[in-house]
Design a protein around this ligand. Structure first.
Ligand code: PLP
Length: 393
């Protein structure tokens, strides 16, 4: 399994992303057999070059889609719930980007469920007050049946997180959080978890490894909804867990084998194809998010703009309330009113339209997921809808 070299912090922020690319032996499209390291690579290069077959005459550039549930005995694959060539290639890329060993799952929630399964019965789990809805609801369910004991914190209150970690088994962090965009002090929170002997998990779906690599801050596990920015085209569901150490990675892989949340070869191919442009997409979407969050500040239709200063997601609170927010979502033509985020197309959504969304999320909050369209077109469309919502009010 691929492991990235430890990045050297020499003051150049680019070099926080120094990785090495694995070179596969012969025509084995499976788990890498040889890991010859070449020159250290930046993430932008690694994401393009990793997870490919070895360079030999007539080898394909891309890892082929292998539609097989079972593999001829004697090798490391055996059965597709355990491993498959397409999953393995994608895991090389995601694992290398985050600096650990990745296991892909059939959705972000399948990955989350597998992570929740790692703690012993009755374990104390510290989790954000407004985590991803599915995660928050599932943790509350597990608490209500006595499987875990849940402690809820605001992740941007480091003192509260540190206090809550006392006696805990697992610290579950999201940063920035979905959809309130609260930012946690990752090194301090992870330290507190480790002092308490707890595992620290960070859902890195919003930031992506292009902007934040929690394993470097000491986290034990990184969670991704690969559905979002990593695959980037809103055409598949997938999740991933990346573990810093090999023993934990094996426990995680066993969760996939036993719980069955494995991926299809075709979806892995699509995700691998999508992730090649991750650096470009994040760069473009983040630049638009920064520009537009700035222009939205002080807009008369809004009572609050939330943007943590980085990333591709923002949230706005419409001063006219939920009905006015719904109107904004109806009035855009480039921005699409739909759930999810991280795709090439810009999406907006009033989150409280979901009955299960946390009541700590304001009724009039609209989450904005920036795509890769031109920022001026996105601005014209959104500001036009906001202006119209004011006129109609
Ligand atoms: C979407 C999402 C998930 C769940 O992932 P699915 O692929 O939809 O199952 C988990 N965490 C965050 C932060 C998300 O945005």
């Amino acid at each position: 399994m691929l492991t990235a070299t430890t990045p050297e912090d020499d003051g150049d922020p680019d070099l926080l992303h120094v990785l090495t690319v694995p070179v596969r032996d012969g025509c084995d499209y499976g788990r890498s057999v040889a890991e010859q390291t070449s020159e250290p690579l930046r993430a932008e290069t690694f994401v393009v070059t990793a997870g490919r077959p070895a360079r030999s005459p007539d080898a394909p550039l891309n890892t082929p889609i292998v539609p097989a549930s079972s593999f001829i005995a004697g090798g490391p694959m055996e059965y597709a719930r355990e491993d498959s060539p397409s999953a393995s290639a994608l895991e090389e890329v995601i694992g290398g980007l985050e600096g650990g060993a990745a296991t892909v799952f059939s959705s972000g929630m399948a990955a989350a469920g597998a992570a929740m399964d790692l703690v012993p019965p009755g374990a104390i789990v510290v989790a954000p007050s407004a985590a991803y809805t599915g995660v928050a609801v599932r943790l509350r369910e597990l608490d209500s049946i006595g499987r875990i004991r849940l402690r809820i914190v605001d992740v941007d209150s480091t003192a509260a997180v540190v206090d809550a970690c006392d006696g805990a088994h697992l610290l579950w962090l999201e940063s920035p959080t979905n959809p309130l965009l609260q930012v946690a002090d990752l090194p301090a929170c992870i330290d507190a978890a480790h002092t308490a002997g707890a595992l620290a998990l960070v859902d890195n779906t919003f930031a992506t490894p292009m902007l934040q690599r929690p394993l470097q801050d000491g986290a034990d596990i990184v969670l991704h909804s690969v559905t979002k920015a990593l695959s980037g085209h809103s055409d598949l569901l997938m999740g991933a867990l990346v573990a810093r150490d090999a023993e934990l990675a094996e426990r995680i892989r066993l969760r996939r084998v036993l719980l069955g949340g494995s991926t299809s070869a075709f979806d892995c191919y699509l995700a691998l194809r999508g992730i090649r442009t991750l650096a470009l997409r994040i760069d473009k979407a983040q630049s638009s998010a920064r520009t537009i969050a700035d222009r939205l500040n002080g807009h008369p239709a809004l009572s609050r703009v939330r943007y943590p200063g980085f990333g591709t997601i923002a949230a706005i609170e419409v001063a006219g309330g939920p009905a006015a927010a719904d109107a904004v979502c109806r009035l855009t033509s480039i921005w699409t009113h739909a759930t999810s985020l991280g795709g090439v197309e810009s999406l907006l959504e009033r989150r409280r339209r979901w009955a299960l969304e946390s009541t700590t999320v304001p009724e009039s909050l609209i989450r904005l997921s920036f795509g890769i369209e031109h920022a001026d077109d996105l601005w014209a469309d959104l500001s036009g809808a906001l202006d119209a919502s004011l006129r109609d009010a």
